[in-house]
Design a protein around this ligand. Structure first.
Ligand SMILES: O=C(O)C/C=C/c1cccc(C(=O)O)c1C(=O)O
Length: 331
């Protein structure tokens, strides 16, 4: 069976990667409906050997035979158009935060909570990139040792901000002033991603806290986060400290990580081998390394987790959700 697929935000960085990943995975697409704002309408897109024309997104865009719509065009577009698409019988997979915490919307990472997709009511949410890579690494350990507390420290690539963030870094490295970030990103680290909230955390930090609990289906998890922008183009790196309910052997952690779905273990410090953003770029795995006991608590562990924030962090995870819909015969 082949499916008619709409791509809302087709000309953006994530939208373009949706198309790349759909082709790489040979997803069975019959008709493609690339959609974007007025300024992109008319652009030609080559996909699966055919030419497709970008249409301007409108309220009538879903008045055609569309099975799935992949959204990555910002929260306001998702808030307005996902319900319109759903009313027309389209299944929406939304990459924005607009619907993630809605109780009727499953928030899915296929390696972590695939079954949640069966509860969808027409909209499925793709989690925040930093959350996705973290829960892929944490889920197998949570299942075995029951996590009680998580401390996230992230080192996030500028591509997470789109072309404006990339340009700030490239220009900053040439000595030109920043346009997008509140401070220069070149030669710097900025502990400020998205907006600050009343509790002194940023929205990016609270997304990691709240989304982790929903995806892991465990509100008892105690979580804190610090999200930092670093002068890297592609690939988010994260230092993750966890405290378990149960005792563990480090050898078992290594074997769990080495065999877990979606994870590549890179941990051989004697030979300077550990996950690096430059190695993760344009690939799909979540890379885990620097595994070591946290001796300061009863049963604690430190790890270093790296992934491509545009692929596994957004586009690939979304396409994997679409593949799950097919696998579970939900479409
Ligand atoms: O900045 C990053 O590294 C990740 C940014 C994610 C992001 C940026 C703008 C809007 C959103 C949003 O949809 O809220 C999101 C997200 O959470 O996916």
């Amino acid at each position: 069976k082949k499916y008619n697929v709409a791509i809302v935000g087709a000309t953006g960085k994530v939208g373009e990667t949706f198309l790349k990943v759909l082709e790489e995975k040979n997803f069975p697409v019959d008709k493609l409906y690339p959609m974007a704002s007025k300024k992109s309408a008319g652009i030609n897109i080559k996909f699966q050997g055919k030419d497709w024309t970008v249409e301007e997104l409108s309220e009538s865009s879903f008045d055609k035979d569309i099975d799935i719509a992949l959204f990555s065009a910002g929260g306001s577009i998702s808030l307005k158009y996902a319900p319109i698409a759903r009313e027309k019988g389209v299944i929406v997979i939304d990459n924005s935060s607009a619907w993630r915490m809605d109780k009727d919307v499953p928030l899915v990472v296929p390696e972590v909570n695939p079954e949640d997709i069966k509860k969808h009511n027409g909209i499925i949410a793709n989690p925040n990139c930093s959350t996705i890579q973290a829960v892929v690494a944490l889920k197998p350990l949570h299942d075995r040792f029951k996590i009680k507390r998580i401390v996230y420290s992230t080192y996030q690539a500028v591509s997470g901000s789109g072309v404006k963030g990339i340009r700030d870094l490239e220009e900053g490295l040439k000595g030109n002033k920043n346009e997008f970030y509140p401070h220069q990103i070149a030669f710097n680290c900025i502990p400020h991603i998205d907006v600050f909230l009343e509790n002194g955390y940023t929205k990016e930090e609270m997304k990691m806290v709240e989304e982790t609990k929903k995806i892991m289906n465990d509100d008892s998890l105690r979580i804190t986060a610090t999200a930092v922008r670093v002068p890297v183009i592609s690939g988010h790196s994260e230092s993750i400290n966890v405290e378990f309910e149960k005792p563990y052997e480090i050898s078992e952690v290594f074997s769990i990580m080495d065999s877990a779905e979606g994870i590549v273990l890179v941990d051989d410090v004697a030979n300077n081998k550990y996950p690096l953003a430059v190695d993760a770029a344009d690939t799909d795995p979540v890379y885990v390394g620097r595994l070591r006991r946290d001796e300061s608590v009863e049963s604690g562990l430190n790890m270093w987790v790296v992934a491509d924030n545009i692929r596994k962090g957004a586009a690939t995870n979304t396409v994997q959700i679409a593949e799950l819909l097919v696998k579970y015969d939900l479409i």
